[in-house]
Design a protein around this ligand. Sequence first.
Ligand SMILES: [Zn+2]
Length: 96
Amino acid sequence: MKVLKKGEPKEWSVKVKCTGFGNNRYGCGAELEVVKKDIYLTYSEHYWGETDIFYTITCPECGKETDIPNSKIPYYLKGVFPSKAAWQKAAKGELS
Ligand SMILES: [Zn+2]
């Protein structure tokens, strides 16, 4: 049996700790409340041709990137995130 929900929450958010990723780029440990517009996609290509997609944020405290586990991203949001380049453009637009 499946429980039907009465519409999705107005603004989804998830709590994430800034951990950085890869190459010893350790994060600052800040607790971040991440909303939809904070997230962009990054890719990791394997030599055998598969590509992993990561849901990534940039920490406002230390400027490092942290990946959000796939399991924390609800299914109805998985298709909506921009590329990093598009996200950076949008973020700049917001400041001006
Ligand atoms: Zn940080």
